[in-house]
Design a protein around this ligand. Structure first.
Ligand code: MIG
Length: 849
């Protein structure tokens, strides 16, 4: 291993470019700014009058219902309540003509099937009733209340405020019961439970952020309210700078509002939080199924260059047998930071490099920022000017702001035409062999102090509306990633693209994965990543991750090791580190740590079939891959607030060590049976246990009844087809799971080229039966074996039969390697192993105990 390092003796001394000093300055300015912003925010919160400038909606009169909607008016304001589904009501407050057309950047589904609605009412009130909820409208003053069909109050407007305006500002106040808790709100760096905090939604380049820094990069104005095990959701679809006050202004109320635009929100009813999330993601769209390589391990730094360094990193992964699917190129691969170009000195022959890397199983992802260098000799700039594609100043001139390339113009992604153009720009990178695109700096971030972005009145075409930056800011990143994804799809129509973006808005999961920006190598940041990613998941984003090891500072060996242990369970799994930091590769900390890091990544690769199924679920149902416990245990107070544990897919509970020098941790296991993944020890929840967690072990538990699909170890996802496909069975009575598979790369699955089957395990009397249903779909995996591993079996079985025929008993588990069919008993781990050819048909295996 040392030989490898020595062969590249001088690496990685990176010459300090001039912008380092600039970064220093910026950091300092950013810190000052942060303080400034915090003071302002504090002043705002303290000074915010409860009602002083706000004009609440007063007396409204009802108009007759039309279809599934009913409107209320006071001559100036119109409130329209539309029933989209029995558990989904849209509340839209408009103000004459000033609000513009009804349009949403987030909403993907506008066509809802008819649903039965009853309208009733008397002089002072109206009732809108569906099969699941009842909306009671009080006309004077105008207030809304949502009830379930048993007459239980779900949520209501605050009695003294309701909906109000103050100039362009709009706000809605709701009553806040003492035992209600809030989750979601996208990327926030504090506790899982949002009660008792305030938040601003304004996409921000938040370099150096920490606990409670707000706002961060992405903004998703959706939350789930949970009270006594019952959930509802509110999605405030407004792209202006908005804010959520979850009980700070008053302990009895929460509120949400924005600096402009409409008071326009969607109300969802559960009572199951999974149902709320399912409906929300039906409305705004779900994370599409990623390619398998996109959910392997990815290695990144700011920046790997020149070419020899990239090859060196790739060689190290393969020679050291550390699985990896993708390498990232950060801004130094470009010619003077001009997007869509290569630095020809550092990367003289990118196509050759990428083709060599692809031969050894690496995909390459390149960063592409929005800022296009003002340079009359640069084609992207020329095309942008010629096509009139750039954001304008109010005086009609092209807006110019400084970012990495110096003075730059910014594509106006609010225009369909511009997004389509942007998509075509990827042609060169793709023909060079680039597989994925990393969109950064798309707040949009500009080196401006103190705003860090363009002025609020810069002009976006917004398809003819000429909207101010104030309206487009929060969707700029999402629209950029939409243009990117669509462009990649046009250029490679039958390949699932990976786009990863720093900024997005509600519904952004349709286009891109996200990461949590510039975190730091501290234990606190490691801990924050859990509630942060869990809440992103509760906000519809399934494919999310934090920079493993931390971006700023650089990790200690212990921190990196612990971080990779949990990072292997991040939905999106990438190491990244900042410019000038020490090396942060899995082998950077000596042999002992390298061995642990290898095993962390190997575990993710063995679990790939399981992880891929979790992604399939996310695409189907909107359930995230990293799940807050409250999704499964909404009525269990000890599970609901859990910040330091999460479910990885359906059946694994991850309880990482988040503190330095700790080799034990306390774990809360919710109700039901749980197995320790490492020892197979069985627990009955609910219980608090203390488990050993030496540096090389992350506490990990498997739900009783789980059937976990796993595969053989590979060094990259496409190295070899899955063989054997193993089902790890952790018995608890009868249980079953859906198993899904496809080619992992193309869109053929949308044409039925997939495999879907049900795997069941049933214990009855002295028999343990495993059945697989006849698979549906036309995907045919190549010839392979199936392996069943039945855990927690005290004794060797008397007999094993498949399809009524006796299976050979082998002496040892190792003998299974050579056998086509057979079973063996591992008496040390109390596991029965059964191997059989995968016939692609329904089958039954019977174990006689
Ligand atoms: O101003 O491209 O969050 O991941 O390495 C810094 C350089 C710009 C910020 C991203 C980070 C990336 C860095 N970028």
């Amino acid at each position: 291993m040392h030989a490898v390092a020595e062969a590249h003796g001088s690496w990685p001394t990176i010459p300090a470019p001039t912008f380092l000093t600039m970064r220093g300055k910026i950091t300092l300015m950013k810190k000052t700014l942060l303080l400034f912003v915090q003071v302002i925010c504090l002043a705002f919160v303290v000074a915010q009058p409860v009602a002083a400038d706000w004009k609440s909606l007063g007396n409204m009169s009802a108009t007759p219902p039309s279809g599934n909607a009913v409107a209320f008016s006071d001559g100036q304001n119109t409130v329209t309540l539309s029933v989209l589904a029995p558990d989904l009501i849209r509340v839209r407050v408009t103000n004459g003509k000033s609000n513009g057309p009804d349009y949403s950047y987030a909403v993907a589904k506008t066509d809802w099937p008819a649903t039965k609605v009853e309208f009733a009412g008397d002089k002072g009130s109206r009732i809108i009733r569906t099969s699941e909820i009842e909306v009671r409208v009080q006309l004077s003053p105008f207030r809304l209340a949502f009830y379930d069909r048993e007459g239980r109050l779900i949520s209501r407007d605050a009695a003294n405020l309701g909906v109000a305006r103050d100039g362009d500002r709009v706000r809605s106040w709701k009553s806040m019961p003492a035992d209600e808790h809030y989750f979601g709100l996208g990327e926030k760096s504090d506790t899982l439970d949002k009660r008792g905090h305030t938040y601003v939604m304004w996409n921000t380049d938040a370099y150096g952020w920490g606990a409670n820094t707000d706002p961060l990069y992405q903004d998703i104005p959706f939350f789930i309210g949970l009270r006594q095990g019952k959930a509802y959701g509110i999605f405030f679809d407004n792209t202006y700078r908005s804010s959520f006050d979850m009980g700070v202004e008053s302990p009895d109320m929460y509120s949400f509002g924005a600096e402009g635009g409409e008071l326009n929100y969607y109300f969802f009813y559960g009572p199951d939080p999974k149902k709320v999330l399912g409906r929300y993601t039906e409305l705004v769209g779900r994370s599409p199924l990623p390619a398998r390589w996109a959910i392997g391990y990815h290695q990144c730094r700011y920046s790997y260059y020149p070419e020899s360094t990239v090859r060196f990193i790739a060689d190290n992964f393969r020679q050291r047998h550390i699985p990896c699917d993708a390498l990232f190129l950060d801004i130094h691969y470009m010619d003077g930071y001009r997007v869509f170009t290569w630095d020809k000195t550092r990367f003289p022959d990118p196509a050759r490099l990428l083709s060599d890397l692809s031969q050894s199983g690496f995909h390459v992802v390149t960063i592409v920022d929005p800022g296009i260098k003002v340079d009359p000799n640069y084609s992207a700039y020329q095309e942008g000017v010629a096509g009139d594609y750039f954001v304008k100043k109010p005086d009609g001139k092209i807006y110019v702001g400084k970012v990495w390339p110096g003075e730059s113009a910014f594509p106006d992604f609010s225009s369909d035409k511009v997004r389509a153009w942007w998509g075509t720009l990827y042609k060169g990178l793709l023909s060079d062999g680039v597989s994925g695109i990393w969109n950064d700096m798309n707040e949009p971030s500009v080196f401006e102090v103190p705003s860090k972005t363009m002025d609020l009145d810069e002009v976006f075409s917004d398809n003819g509306l000429n909207s101010p930056h104030a309206k487009i800011h929060n969707v700029y990143g999402m629209l950029m990633s939409e243009g990117t994804r669509d462009g990649l799809l046009k250029l490679r129509p039958n390949e699932r693209p990976l786009v990863i973006t720093r900024d997005t808005y509600a519904g952004g999961q349709r286009y891109a994965a996200v990461w949590t920006g510039d975190n730091s190598s501290t234990w606190e940041h490691l801990a924050i990543s859990l509630p942060e990613i869990m809440n992103m998941g509760l906000s519809g984003i399934a494919l999310a991750g934090a920079d493993i090891g931390g971006f700023a500072i650089g990790a200690t060996p212990e921190l990196y090791t612990r971080w990779l242990e949990v990072g292997a369970f991040y939905p999106y799994c990438r190491t990244h580190t900042a410019y000038g930091n020490p090396n942060q590769e899995p082998w950077s900390y000596g042999n002992k740590i390298e061995e642990i890091n290898r095993r962390s990544i190997e575990l993710r690769y063995r679990l790939l079939p399981y992880l891929y199924n979790a992604y399939h679920d996310a695409a189907q149902t909107g359930l995230p891959v990293m799940r807050a416990l409250l999704l499964d245990y909404p009525d269990d107070p000890a599970a609901v607030g859990q910040d330091s544990e999460f479910l990885f897919g359906d059946d694994l509970l991850v309880a990482p060590v988040l503190l330095s020098n700790h080799t034990q941790r306390e774990v809360y296991l919710p109700r039901g049976v749980w197995y320790d993944f490492w020892t197979d020890r069985r627990y009955s929840g609910p219980t608090n246990i203390t488990v050993d967690a030496p540096l090389e072990r992350i506490p990990l538990f498997v739900r009783g009844g789980a059937i976990v699909p796993t595969q053989q170890l590979v060094q990259y996802t496409s190295e070899a087809p899955i063989n054997p496909l193993t089902f790890e069975i952790y018995p608890d009575g009868s249980s079953s799971r859906e198993y899904y598979e496809d080619d992992g790369l193309s869109f053929e699955y949308q044409r039925g080229v997939s495999l879907d089957e049900r795997v069941s395990a049933t214990e009855s009397g002295g028999q343990f039966n495993i059945t697989i249903s006849s698979p549906t779909g036309t995907y045919k995996p190549s010839a392979r074996s199936l392996m069943f591993k039945v855990h927690s079996q005290r004794n060797s079985p008397h007999n094993v039969e498949i399809g009524g025929k006796r299976v050979n008993a082998l002496r040892a588990v190792a003998d299974l390697d050579q056998a086509v069919e057979g079973w063996a008993y591992d008496e040390i781990n109390n596991t029965v192993w059964i191997k059989t050819p995968d016939q692609g048909m329904a089958m039954t295996a019977q174990i006689e105990k």
